[in-house]
Design a binder for this molecule. Structure first.
Ligand SMILES: *Cc1c(COP(=O)(O)O)cnc(C)c1O
Length: 497
């Protein structure tokens, strides 16, 4: 081993402890104090570049402690904190503190979870995590799968497996270009943009997606789905998969999964569920009927970095018959001596997905699942839902707010002041859309509360998605007040809109 002092990247034991303990102190203080920070300072890129300073590639060494202190200062003073109790924009959770420790341990041991021989215990832990995640959402623990970087990757991983399973048998050799098959995928019009990216990435083209309209409950209209599949068959196209959504990204609606499952059975199609946000809510006993049919899915995408509160990044693809993953992704180059062990139990994760070298994402998920347990997650997820329902009720009861939708932990609402609106209905609609958009921009920059938006029936709405174990009733009340106060201020400003 090279001696300390001989290699510039080493840190000796005492220094590592000193700097490390100090960093832990800083993080602990930050977590203790997080509600007193602004959610964001809303600084512009130019301001941030000024603070960061411009510099060319460092030529010489900088003392380690100085670098760690500066990085902490930069991040703790100039970030948007999705761990803040009043952060409820998009779908990014408060990170579980145990996940922070897990990531440090995972980096220290630095396993490459691409092959069992390179990551003996990490591979077993990832396998166990996947089994636990299947149990978590209420499907058979015999589902297999893989942890990936997030929901997009989890859905991509399943999309390609679906194509291998249901496309022409020689597709892997001949590719789409030499095939006459016009492979068609079906999903609700509320499906996340990943599906468009997948169609482009895998060479299907965005026209191969059938965006099915929703019914009055905002669920995929399965009557139209059925008609569209039959029309495609008549036209000589080749349907291969249907994507059901379990918690749509705008409003949290769960499709009728049982109906989709039976349509898929009838036409021999792959049934995929995008549960990136919502699938973990299936752990709540009272929501069992909402998620009925989930156990029929050929594949499911879910995001531990959303409602399981794992720090970024952690997504997961679950597949009923994991052989479809190896059929799609396995290869055996001569430079890999990853032979099977004697009992044939080795599992090389590079054969189950798109990545080759892979980090140990499972550790933070595995540790949190034990720290919290089924009951702890049931409690936290139910509380998020109850807070969202409460926000919706407050909006409904407030004279200047209009409540629009509430599903799972997503509420949407609008600021609609009583006085000073245009009389003409068309002008009023336009005015209110502009007013709410302006209000959201102001709120997002202001740092008191962070919401996002949803467009529902052409109405511009404010959207609060609570996947946040720090949010409390007090925050909900404060948010209502902040929204109304800011809304009135903008509404009363002359000539702003
Ligand atoms: C968040 C989300 C995605 C994308 O997941 P990422 O982790 O952001 O890649 C896909 N589908 C749904 C329903 C989502 O909520």
């Amino acid at each position: 081993m090279r001696k300390k002092g001989e290699t510039p990247i080493a840190i000796d034991k005492e220094e590592f402890k000193q700097i490390g303990y100090r960093l832990i102190d800083t993080i602990a203080q930050f977590y203790d104090d997080i509600e007193n920070y602004p959610v964001t300072k809303g600084e512009s890129p130019i301001q941030l570049q000024d603070i960061l300073g411009t510099s060319t590639l460092p030529e010489h060494a900088t003392p380690t402690e100085e670098i760690v202190t500066r990085a902490s200062d930069l991040l703790l003073n100039h970030s948007l904190f999705n761990g803040h109790p009043k952060f409820m924009g998009y779908i990014t959770s408060s990170p579980a503190p145990i996940g922070v420790l897990a990531d440090m341990l995972a980096s220290a041991v630095n396993q490459n979870v691409g092959a069992q021989i390179l990551s003996p215990m990490a591979t077993e832990i990832e396998k166990q995590t996947i089994k636990w995640l299947a149990e978590f959402i209420g499907v058979s623990p015999s589902y297999g799968g893989i942890l990936v970087s997030g929901g997009n990757m989890a859905n991509f991983t399943a999309f390609l497996a679906a194509r291998t399973a249901k496309g022409p048998s020689n597709l892997k050799e001949n590719g789409l270009l030499n095939s006459n098959a016009k492979l068609i995928a079906y999903c609700s019009k509320t499906t996340h943009t990943w599906v468009e990216k997948a169609a482009i990435l895998f060479g299907h083209g965005s026209k191969s997606i059938r965006w099915i309209p929703t019914d009055t409950n905002n669920k995929m209209n399965n009557e139209i789905l059925s008609q569209t599949i039959r029309q495609d068959l008549k036209d000589g196209n080749q349907p291969f998969m249907v994507i059901g959504t379990a918690g749509d990204v705008s409003t949290g609606v769960v499709d009728n999964l049982t109906e989709i499952a039976s349509l898929c059975k009838a036409h021999d199609l792959w049934f995929h569920i995008d549960g990136a946000y919502g699938a973990p809510a299936a752990i709540i006993p009272g929501l069992k009927s909402l998620f009925e049919g989930i156990e029929e899915a050929d594949s499911i995408a879910l995001d531990p970095h959303k409602w399981l509160y794992a720090p970024l990044e952690a997504g997961c693809t679950l597949v009923k018959n994991p052989k479809h993953l190896t059929d799609t992704y396995s290869s055996h180059p001569e430079y890999y001596n990853f032979s099977k062990d004697e009992e044939g139990k080795s599992m090389n994760f590079y054969e189950y997905g798109l990545q080759n070298s892979r980090g140990f994402r499972a550790l933070k998920v595995w540790m949190a699942l034990q720290q919290v347990g089924r009951q702890g997650y049931q409690k936290m997820i139910s509380e998020d839902i109850a807070l969202s329902e409460s926000l919706f009720e407050h909006a409904k009861n407030h004279p200047d707010l209009e409540a629009i939708t509430q599903n799972l932990s997503i509420a949407t609402f609008r600021f609609v002041p009583k006085k000073g609106l245009p009389n003409n209905q068309k002008e009023r609609i336009t005015y209110l859309n502009t007013l709410n958009e302006k209000l959201l921009d102001t709120l997002q920059k202001g740092g008191e509360v962070f919401l996002s938006n949803a467009i529902i029936n052409e109405l511009y709405c404010l959207r609060a998605c609570i996947v946040n174990f720090r949010t409390s009733q007090k925050d909900i009340k404060a948010i209502i007040e902040i929204v109304v106060h800011e809304g009135n201020r903008i509404h009363q400003e002359p000539h702003t809109i």
